[in-house]
Design a protein around this ligand. Structure first.
Ligand code: GLU
Length: 486
């Protein structure tokens, strides 16, 4: 039976969403949009102790930033709500009691202390950890006794002791888990809160989820979930476990690989379109060579069949490269609008990078080619705004010229510039380029000295365009300052 495609992104607000997490969101969204199905956001907030203040907002903002709109979930509602698990506790409690009544689950009265001792003992004997099933076969009288003592039980699943669960993962193919390796896991805690397993299965059923696309780390939970579906008599969804994401050194992805929370990518000046394009390639490909995809192309081509089994490598260099490409594709207006919030931050910190908007608009196109992130922009344009350039005078001479030679050259440029009326880049080129020969200098050496004198750096946008934008007065002042340094 084919059901309508309904997929969900089910984050736990235990931290700010990281790369892997948001890739899961993207793949679910792409699959939903590709199939004309629904994309649902469900907040799995039943682990009260590990909840992080502000995480839900960060998650939703991350989705909005990447333009992953959701059809049902927080803020938008929907007919299968509420979409916060903390508001659905009664459903889980009923479900757990139903399993207990039918013998698929049981009450366990073991104290945390006893479980602690049990675990220590298992560790000592080098036995695999897991509940030893002490309460699995309690008699009615024994249970009553515990209740009389006032012990509030947890509910545990009665995992079959033998046999196995097999299923066909849409990415990994057939997967089998021996029941002997699965303990009697907790469904409902003594405080009435469900565990991830219970809430996840109950919600996926009641929300009519058709496909579960989630990170590979959940693969080993799936047999438990399938056993629960069977016990409940529910039809399970199809499963697709997304490949892990590793650092370039193939170790667990971490901050040191440049993997940060989605909020930080915004702060570092990545464009959402570039980010989404990059994330899409973490485990999915169209043909192993195409790397640039518009949103529409991603939606059009996305398929679970093209998701790889092997781990994806997160490479921040590649993301930055891709981001640079997207920055270059912006129109001048778009680039200004994208860079503005970043320049604003510097402006707010007392650095006047935005005071003269018309000037900024002229400056920006000169650095658009070179910016790999929007946060780079301030650094790239700063020299257009500072009154006094700070640089070491040895940069003027480089390795190949004496101070004398450079002083001479800059003095000649100064005189030429002072006499110029029209001050655009073509005119500058016409006037200045021939001087190299007059001075008997290699063009690269001569231009190098002039670049340092006018920009304070050895690498900058094209020299004559830069000088034209700086204007005659600034150029002269800077050359005079350079002469003084020599
Ligand atoms: N709440 C889980 C997470 O944070 C959801 C896992 C799943 O999709 O089943 O990843």
């Amino acid at each position: 039976m084919t059901r309508p495609v309904r997929v969900r992104y089910a984050p736990s607000p235990t931290g700010f969403p990281h790369v892997g997490n948001i890739r899961t969101a993207l793949f679910n969204w792409l699959f939903a949009r590709h199939s004309g199905g629904s994309f649902i956001v469900r907040i799995e907030d039943t682990d009260v102790a590990r909840s992080v203040e502000g995480a839900v907002e960060a998650i939703l903002n991350g989705l909005r930033w990447l333009k992953l709109d959701w059809d049902e979930g927080p803020e938008v509602g929907g007919q299968f709500g509420p979409y916060f698990q903390s508001q659905r506790l009664h459903l889980y409690q009923e479900a757990a009691e139903r399993l207990v009544a039918q013998g698929y689950a049981y009450h366990c009265y073991c104290s945390p202390q006893r479980l602690e001792e049990m675990r220590a003992e298992q560790a000592k004997r080098k036995q695999p950890p897991g509940y030893d099933r002490r309460c699995r076969e309690l008699t009615q009288a024994e249970r009553l006794q515990k209740e009389v003592e006032g012990i509030v039980p947890v509910v545990r699943f009665r995992t079959p002791l033998t046999g196995e669960t097999r299923f066909n993962d849409l990415i990994r193919g057939e997967v089998a888990f021996d029941h002997a390796t699965i303990d009697d896991f907790v469904l409902l805690k003594s405080d009435g809160y469900p565990t991830y397993h219970l809430a996840n299965v109950v919600d996926d059923h009641f929300m009519e989820i058709s496909h579960v696309l989630r990170a590979e780390e959940w693969l080993s939970s799936t047999p438990r979930h399938l056993l629960m579906y069977q016990a409940f008599g529910y039809e399970p969804p199809l499963f697709a476990h997304l490949p892990m994401i590793l650092g370039p050194d193939r170790s667990k992805l971490s901050k040191r690989h440049g993997a940060v929370s989605i909020t930080e990518y915004y702060q570092q000046g990545y464009l959402p379109e570039a980010m989404a394009n990059y994330l899409a390639l973490l485990g999915w490909s169209l043909d192993d060579k195409t790397e640039i995809f518009t949103r529409e192309e991603l939606v059009k081509h996305f398929s679970i069949a093209r998701i790889s089994k092997t781990a994806a490598i997160f490479n921040i260099e590649k993301l930055s490269w891709l981001n640079g490409l997207y920055i270059r594709k912006l129109t001048p207006d778009e680039f200004f609008a994208a860079a503005e919030p970043y320049l604003m931050m510097y402006q707010a910190a007392g650095e006047a990078l935005l005071s003269d908007e018309a000037y900024v608009r002229i400056v920006l196109p000169l650095v658009q080619e070179r910016a790999r992130t929007l946060a780079d922009v301030a650094e790239l344009i700063r020299f257009f705004f500072t009154e006094r350039l700070e640089y070491d005078s040895s940069l003027l001479t480089g390795k190949d010229m004496t101070r004398e030679v450079v002083r001479n050259a800059l003095e000649m440029v100064r005189q030429k510039l002072a006499a110029m009326e029209k001050f655009d880049s073509e005119m500058l080129e016409t006037v200045i380029r021939p001087l190299a020969e007059t001075l008997g200098l290699k063009t690269s050496h001569f231009f190098g000295a002039l670049r340092v004198a006018t920009t304070g750096r050895t690498a900058a946008p094209p020299l004559f365009q830069t000088m034209a934008v700086l204007g005659k007065e600034r150029c002269l002042k800077r050359i005079e300052a350079a002469l003084a340094k020599l």
